[in-house]
Design a protein around this ligand. Structure first.
Ligand SMILES: Cc1cc2nc3c(=O)[nH]c(=O)nc-3n(C[C@H](O)[C@H](O)[C@H](O)COP(=O)(O)OP(=O)(O)OC[C@H]3O[C@@H](n4cnc5c(N)ncnc54)[C@H](O)[C@@H]3O)c2cc1C
Length: 810
């Protein structure tokens, strides 16, 4: 066995083999896969091999369609059959709500150039004569879906990679991993030690054990999953062509033809974890004992919908372990504090996602970035909050809900409430309806005071609408308060803190203490990696504030650069103060009067101008107050230690009575920021876009000297980006855009909305999205498809609310 490799991929399931192939395809030949046993020895060998493009996340759908397309290529390259049955997949809906979901999914597919489309039920009857269509209202069909041979695919990846120079070592368990001082790895295996620059954990069912070798606990756990194969059936023997696959969402089953028998699997309510604390090392090519009782109710439903099941006895039950993350998505990317350690695990749909995961991980290793926004799969979307209980509760919920409809405004109940701040019971008493991000509770909107309100899940306007309307009016006319504690917050300090930060962010740092500035972060290729509000607290001490769900993401980035960004300069302290600093935002035309009523400080515009910051005494507390707002109104953000939060809240609420202070939540915030055309991280600001496309060009200052992505942005034409972030007023009715809807220009799909909602003050449905520059110059002929209907969209040259920003600076 060779003793050096640039990359060692641990695990020869479909995912590890795909990572190996994609690294080799990027031209890295010195790459090696080490497999404990034979290829496919984890979940892979017994998978049903189904492949689908349908996924709620647009980029995940794109990567799934990539996965499905790559099979032809690896088959050609390797000479190994993948057993591709591109029989298509029928997605069957029994309810109106599901039909709405289908309309939204079909629209997304349109944007991605995929072939998913509605199929009339009489057509369905022709291609799937064995389904009882009386149970269904509508169907989508994707002709590219189908199933593959798991063994064939894994071997095809491996052989194609080997042809490109990669190596594969079988029957050789990796025993230990040791990080070397230079950041590389010593990979100790049964057959000897390999020195590697990078390691990739593609350990599948044993990914937790491979994680523990490097001292990390990954947020994944196996679940039992069963499918059955019937005896050969005469109805199937009589067919003159293979049946398409079928997903019956309300019946919670997937099914397909397997030679002359029928294969059907379910995601049962009585979900079971397996090997909760660790997968046995000696678990091999084995199945778990069948447990038909648990799926009996769903099988009874399936027999009504696929009557042929009544005739055939069961030939085989497959019960296997399948690894789940709390949200069911893969866990990929670099791990904080472990240099050159990448994850490619938690993949519970390896035959739909394995190719995309391999592509993204290989790009990440080779280029230092995944090539597109993959936050939905990024290991950094989770953090230390994933306890054993959280993991078990959320994975069970996710498994049970696998085929259930989750509405865009729906909050899932498991592991709630998450982490709360001292003010939580007060906000609850005010009628707050909470959402949860990064395990933290935050107010979405406020129902009636003193009552417990629940939001009706819907693709259309919900019961929140009139309440959010009032919240928006209060902010535009008087003053509103919302809790900002969930923002991620970091203090950067040390003798060279300013120089370090200057090398990180694209904007010039605030020139003196007490000033604040918006600072995009870029990837090495000049794409938007983040956006931060940076406040200079002292000459060498800064507070950085960013999106709450990006806490671990920023922490990983800052930690990885802590000693590398400024070689030779040490002593940069990075402290995550997200949980120690709570926050509020006070915003609206009377925000200044409110603050003036609780503090002795001169709040005049002259003394406390826009983008300035100071400590203000409010009673016994002394919060940091930053003059900034995301609503387009005069506004202030207040940050205080947790112990002071209640005191600050009480002071504001008591004084606020005189100024008609109203609580508001994130729903109102979304409406208000859309009226100003402000983008937000994870939607408009992602790695999919350059800062010039994202209208962040004014915050990018190459002339200041070096920073990450500087060379790349200097090579771009800042004045003529290929795409442009655009704001639209859309003819809505009871359904507003929510983001993801396709955008048409003169009948041609040219993009999609990244955000959407109702502008309660301007009384228009609004959407933000990226347009090709030619379409933007034309300025007319736009439509947005919402729930299957194309609606006229007016491209707005300027935001509909206070386009000159007078109110923000008033
Ligand atoms: C019943 C069932 C049906 C399924 N049906 C489908 C389906 O229809 N479509 C679909 O897309 N997905 C399906 N899946 C899921 C699919 O099987 C997984 O998504 C996929 O197999 C995950 O592949 P992997 O490479 O991540 O992990 P694994 O297949 O578990 O591979 C991990 C590999 O790592 C090796 N390894 C572990 N530790 C070490 C070590 N220390 N040293 C060296 N090697 C090591 C293991 O031996 C193993 O070969 C199904 C799963 C089950 C249980």
């Amino acid at each position: 066995m060779q003793t050096h490799a640039r990359v060692v991929v641990i695990g020869g399931g479909v995912v590890g083999a795909s990572v190996l192939y994609h690294l080799a395809r990027r031209g890295w030949q010195d790459v090696m896969l080490i497999e404990r046993s034979e290829l496919t020895s984890g979940s892979t060998w017994h998978a049903a091999g189904g492949m689908h493009t349908l996924n709620g996340d647009v980029n995940m759908s794109f990567l799934q369609s990539y996965t499905i397309k790559i099979y032809d290529e690896i088959e050609r390259e390797s000479g190994q059959s993948c057993g591709i049955h591109r029989v298509g997949c029928l997605y069957l809906a029994s309810t109106d709500a599901r039909a709405d979901f289908f309309k939204a999914e079909r629209a997304k597919a349109h944007y991605l150039g995929l072939d998913l489309d509605f199929m009339p039920l009489d057509e369905v009857a022709k291609i799937h004569p064995l389904v009882d269509l009386s149970h269904f209202r509508t169907a989508l069909f994707d002709p590219n879906d189908g199933h593959v041979d798991p063994n064939g695919v894994t071997n095809a990846y491996a052989k194609a990679a080997q042809k490109r120079g990669a190596s594969v070592v079988l029957r050789n368990p990796v025993k230990e991993l040791h990080q070397k001082p230079d950041g590389g790895w010593r990979v100790v295996t049964e057959q000897g030690t390999v020195e590697a620059e990078y390691v990739v954990n593609a350990g599948g069912l044993w990914a937790r054990e491979v994680g523990r070798m490097a001292g990390i606990e990954l947020p994944i756990v196996p679940m039992e999953h069963q499918y059955i194969l019937t005896n050969d059936l005469p109805e199937i023997e009589a067919l003159d062509r293979e049946l398409p696959m079928a997903i019956d969402f309300e019946g919670e089953s997937y099914s397909r033809q397997e030679r002359r028998s029928f294969l059907i699997g379910t995601y049962e309510q009585d979900a079971r974890h397996w090997a909760v604390d660790g997968t046995p090392a000696d678990f091999g090519h084995e199945l778990l004992p069948p447990d038909l009782d648990r799926i009996a109710d769903l099988m009874a439903i399936a027999m009504e919908r696929f009557p042929l099941l009544r005739n055939g006895g069961i030939k085989r039950v497959v019960n296997g372990g399948m690894v789940f993350a709390p949200d069911g998505n893969p866990i990929i990317g670099p791990v904080r504090s472990l240099k050159n350690y990448f994850c490619a695990c938690g993949v519970m749909a390896g035959f739909s996602q394995g190719g995309g995961v391999g592509l993204a991980v290989a790009n990440w290793i080779v280029d230092g970035e995944p090539g597109m926004d993959v936050f939905a799969m990024d290991v950094a979307r989770f953090g230390e909050f994933v306890t054993r209980d959280f993991l078990l509760t959320k994975t069970e919920e996710n498994y049970r809900r696998r085929f259930m409809l989750t509405f865009p405004n729906e909050e899932l109940p498991a592991a709630r409430p998450g982490k709360t701040t001292p003010v939580y019971p007060k906000l609850k008493a005010e009628g707050a309806v909470f959402g949860m991000a990064f395990s933290r509770e935050y107010p979405l909107w406020y129902g009636k005071k003193g009552e417990t309100t629940v939001e009706t899940p819907s693709f259309r306007r919900s019961n929140a609408f009139p309440f959010v309307d009032e919240e928006c009016r209060a902010v535009r006319e008087a003053v509103g308060i919302w809790e900002t504690s969930t923002y991620s917050k970091f203090e950067i300090a040390g003798p060279h803190a300013a120089e370090w930060l200057d090398n990180l962010v694209a904007n010039k740092l605030p020139s003196r203490p007490g000033r604040t500035i918006l600072c995009p972060l870029l990837t090495p290729t000049g794409r938007v990696a983040g956006d931060l509000t940076v406040t200079r607290l002292e000459s060498e001490r800064f507070l950085l504030v960013g999106s709450g769900s990006a806490e671990e993401y920023y922490r990983r980035l800052f930690t990885s650069l802590q000693s590398d960004l400024l070689p030779g300069r040490s002593g940069i302290e990075i402290v995550d103060v997200t949980e120690t600093l709570c926050g509020f935002s006070i915003t609206g035309p009377r925000a200044r009067d409110l603050l003036a009523a609780v503090t002795q400080h001169d709040m005049s515009d002259h003394e406390f101008p826009f983008l300035s910051a100071t400590l203000l005494a409010i009673g016994n507390a002394q919060p940091l107050v930053v003059r900034i707002s995301f609503t387009g109104e005069l506004g202030y953000e207040l940050y205080m230690p947790e112990a002071e939060q209640l005191a600050v809240y009480r002071a504001l609420v008591e004084a606020g009575r005189e100024f008609d202070l109203k609580h508001f939540g994130v729903r109102a915030l979304n409406s208000l920021r859309l009226e100003k055309g402000y983008g937000s991280w994870g939607r408009e600001y992602t790695m999919d876009y350059t800062p010039f496309e994202a209208s962040l060009g004014r915050f990018v200052r190459p002339e200041k000297g070096s920073f990450i992505g500087r060379d790349a942005v200097q090579a771009m034409d800042a004045t003529a980006p290929a795409r442009r972030l655009a704001l639209f007023a859309i003819d809505g009715d009871e359904a507003d855009p929510m983001g993801g809807e396709p955008l048409f220009h003169r009948g041609r799909c040219v993009g999609r909305l990244t955000s959407g909602g109702y502008g309660h003050w301007v009384q228009k449905s609004l959407g933000l999205g990226y347009l090709p520059s030619e379409a933007a110059s034309d300025g007319q002929g736009f439509e947005v498809e919402i729930l299957g209907r194309r609606r006229h969209a007016e491209l707005l040259d300027r935001p509909p609310y206070d386009p000159d920003g007078f109110r923000l600076r008033s």
